[in-house]
Design a binder for this molecule. Structure first.
Ligand SMILES: [Zn+2]
Length: 802
């Protein structure tokens, strides 16, 4: 075994990185980061001493597939690792001055006997603050309050109610900003670092007690980036008939590959015409469970194929693309931050965004992402960077905001990579996983866009998924406004049905057992306990992928190896662009090209595609009023005073219940019902819940610091209801401040908006590359259009329509 050749030495932080060439004559597929390996077949190593306390960055570049790990020589513990599908590796970790490190290169596969390595060290500034980071619940009684809160540039979570939003305060400056804007809040987690330490201890106990979990992989702890990369690669090696690992079309800002796997019969035959379910995690770095769930889903499909009849059938009928970590740069910073105690320095564990620095002020543009002077503030929010309504409310034009939208639609390589994938494949179904909030969200992200024509089908599919994970099934704007999110681009432009899952009730990465095992399988404290959890929600989405009533099909005959392609090029406007100075600019026009091919196996074909008409131009859901809205109903306060009730489920405590009836046709047609109560003292806190005849809570309003509550029901079902009024808090020592009364008011539905229809251009290309026929095909969701002889030259430019 040849020793690693040292090319030059970087001895200080400011010097060039040290360069080496690692060599191995044989490839051995194995885990490079589990432990230091003897210098044997397929392994080459270098030993270095850390010259500073801070960050070590080791890289590989070259052909073939080499992996990389950095170990602490004394303990043998892994400090940093990278195990992508190629030899493009970046491993970051934290080290102490004088620490002895083993740099280990492993030749996993491919023909390259050698690979170039670099090792660099960067000092990390010590913490200059020890202010605790808090999670607080900010009161936002109106939509205007929510929008005002979003504009403060604070770290907003995806957990909100109709009247509150949870926000992370990274110190006194953030609290001062809230105070100046006259918001009130309640502290939910007084010291997030302490909570994370508690979670870590819980994770360690769980790992000690369980050698295997009930998850398909058996994992008992959160994966690191190299685990994901290695496991995807191993699935491809172990199940080549079922799994194709691949890298997305663009590298991340820092140059990492974004790794994906495709699970299907004959997985390399990507143009087999089947519908695709794309399941993604970690657009946001700190949302670790979102990647875990997606990875477990991959194991479920691979292990279930051939042993479980349902999985076998569904895998045969569909293609599954799985991207556990869309944002590997951010994820590895968040995931590696804890053990080093870096939390107080730059709060990297709570990093949300990617690593883009070009929009930062010049003093913050240098340095690698994990050692940037702007800390976690660097970067773009990838789930505000898609073109769908980009630049509007619910996203920030300020570089340091946690919801920074980026300099332009698709300015980030990570979102461009997902766009390429979706634009070139029949992604008929999509889930983008996030934490937290126990939500199944569908477009639109802002109320003013209005629901799509297919709102009822979309809502019903969401309800099917939510019946398994127990989450609330609501349009995304019901949480708070967002623009530039994944499905607000993918759905409106491709017609593929997409949802955002907000996994779990209250933390970005809770203890592994609750956030991953219980939420995925529907166990223990999960909202979907006993209903199958996210595992069954994903299966329900895969059932919908296999069900052509949720997409469109083009059928016909074509000769063997002819290639059919559906394509469409169009422009879509963004939102009017909100500028940092508060002015509003013109919308931008974004050009998209969708181009999906099907290589025909000969004879009859069935090409599963999305509908030809973009939902963006197809009109909007609405109803023509069939009757005037109902007249207002007074809500009198009953006699007596209910006791204070602060229970998590207020229906288990004391309350007042006032019955009312929502009428229906023929006498009334209600698009919206608003249930309202009021009282006199803003220090008093009454809360309002609306319950239907089955006992389900269908509306709520529970703010405080004001003197009224409004719960809104959209398209309320006619029937008997109860307004539940809860005495949450009375001012001590003051006379009882009873609510003085209320009413239910009604307004009519908004009428539908009629749009236009669009065609796919369908071409048939012969084996020699020449175009045999061109068709314009209009096909709606749930329809099948038969082209007959699709490659018959006499049918050039035929318009096929149902
Ligand atoms: Zn998220």
């Amino acid at each position: 075994m040849a020793a690693a050749a040292l090319i030059s030495v970087g001895s200080t932080a400011s010097a060039q990185p040290a360069r080496y060439v690692l060599q191995a004559r044989h490839a051995v597929p194995r885990n490079c980061f589990a432990a230091p390996l003897p210098r044997e077949r397929g392994v080459d190593t270098v030993t270095v001493t850390a010259p500073v306390t801070g960050l070590v960055r080791a890289t590989l570049a070259g052909d073939g597939d080499w992996d990389l790990a950095v170990f602490d020589v004394e303990t043998g513990k892994v400090v940093a690792a990278s195990a992508g599908l190629r030899s493009n590796e970046i491993a970051d970790g934290f080290v102490a001055e004088g620490q002895e490190l083993l740099i280990q290169g492993c030749r996993y596969g491919g023909q390259a006997r050698q690979v170039r390595a670099t090792v660099d060290f960067l000092p990390v500034d010590p913490a200059d603050t020890t202010e605790p980071v808090q999670v607080v619940r900010v009161n936002t009684p109106t939509r205007a309050d929510k929008n005002r809160l979003l504009e403060l540039g604070l770290d907003i979570t995806e957990h909100a109610t109709q009247t509150t939003v949870e926000v992370i305060l990274h110190g006194e400056d953030d609290a001062a900003r809230l105070r100046q804007a006259r918001f009130t809040w309640e502290v939910q987690i007084p010291d997030l670092a302490a909570r994370i330490a508690t979670n870590q201890a819980a994770d360690e106990r769980y790992q000690e007690r369980h050698t295997r979990s009930a998850l398909p992989s058996g994992r008992t702890s959160y994966r690191r980036l190299a685990d994901y990369e290695y496991e995807m690669k191993e699935l491809g090696r172990r199940f080549p008939h079922l799994v194709r690992p691949f890298v997305l079309s663009e590298r991340t800002v820092e140059g990492r590959d974004i790794t994906a796997i495709e699970i299907a019969l004959n997985p390399g035959n990507i143009h087999d015409g089947k519908p695709v379910f794309l399941n993604m995690g970690v657009h946001h770095a700190r949302e670790w469970p979102s990647a875990e769930h997606v990875m477990e889903w991959a194991y479920d499909l691979v292990y279930g194929y051939g042993s479980d009849p349902r999985t076998t059938r569904l895998v045969a009928e569909t293609r599954n693309i799985i991207v556990p970590v869309v944002n590997p740069d951010g994820f590895t910073i968040s995931r590696e931050a804890v053990p080093i105690g870096d939390f107080s320095t730059f709060d990297y564990e709570m990093k949300r965004k990617n690593c883009q620095a070009t929009d930062s002020p010049s003093q913050y543009q240098g340095g690698v992402c994990a050692d940037n002077p702007a800390g976690r503030l660097r970067g773009t929010d990838l789930n505000r960077n898609y073109a769908g309504f980009w630049g509007g409310p619910g996203a920030s034009p300020i570089w340091s905001s946690d919801i920074y939208r980026g300099s332009a639609p698709f300015s980030e390589p990570e979102t461009r990579a997902i766009r390429d994938l979706i634009s070139t494949r029949s992604v008929t179904n999509l889930i983008s996983n996030h934490t937290y909030g126990n939500l199944v969200l569908r477009p639109p992200g802002v109320m003013s866009v209005r629901p799509p024509v297919e709102e009822e089908l979309y809502e019903a599919l969401g309800a099917r998924l939510a019946s398994h994970n127990g989450y609330a099934n609501i349009p995304s704007w019901g949480l708070y406004d967002t623009t530039g999110s994944t499905e607000d681009w993918s759905f409106w432009n491709t017609g593929g049905l997409g949802f955002t899952f907000e996994i779990g009730p209250d933390q970005f990465h809770p203890p592994f057992e609750s956030g991953v095992v219980n939420e995925y399988l529907g166990l223990g404290d999960a909202a979907g306990a006993g209903q199958g959890g996210n595992r069954e929600a994903y299966f329900a989405m895969l059932e919908a992928t296999a069900d052509s009533s949720y997409h469109s099909v083009i059928t016909g005959q074509a000769p063997r190896d002819a290639v059919l392609t559906v394509s469409k090029t169009f422009q879509t406007p963004t939102s009017p662009v909100l500028n940092p100075d508060g002015t509003v600019g013109e919308p931008l026009l974004v050009t998209d090209e969708l181009r999906v091919s099907h290589r025909v196996s000969g004879g009859q074909f069935a090409f599963h595609v999305n509908p030809s008409t973009r939902p963006y131009v197809a009109g909007r859901y609405g109803r023509e009023p069939q009757a005037p809205p109902q007249r207002p109903i007074p809500l009198p306060n009953p006699d007596g005073q209910p006791a204070e009730n602060t229970l998590a489920n207020p229906l288990e405590g004391d309350y007042e219940a006032i019955p009312f009836t929502i009428a229906g046709l023929p006498e009334a047609d209600n698009g919206f019902a608003t249930i309202h109560i009021e009282w006199s003292n803003p220090e008093t806190d009454w809360d309002l819940y609306v319950v239907d005849a089955s006992g389900t809570v269908v509306g709520r309003s529970a703010s405080y610091g004001d003197t009224d509550e409004d719960a809104v029901l959209v398209d309320p079902v006619p029937g008997e209801y109860l307004a539940i009024v809860v005495n949450y808090d009375q001012v001590d020592g003051a006379p009882f401040d009873d609510w003085s009364g209320g009413e239910v008011t009604f307004s009519g539905p908004e009428p539908p908006l009629v749009g236009v229809r669009e065609a796919w251009m369908v071409t048939c290309q012969r084996r020699d590359g020449s175009i045999a026929a061109v068709h314009q095909v209009i096909v709606d969701r749930g329809q099948t259009v038969d082209l007959g002889n699709a490659c018959d030259a006499s049918r050039r430019m035929a318009v096929t329509e149902i």
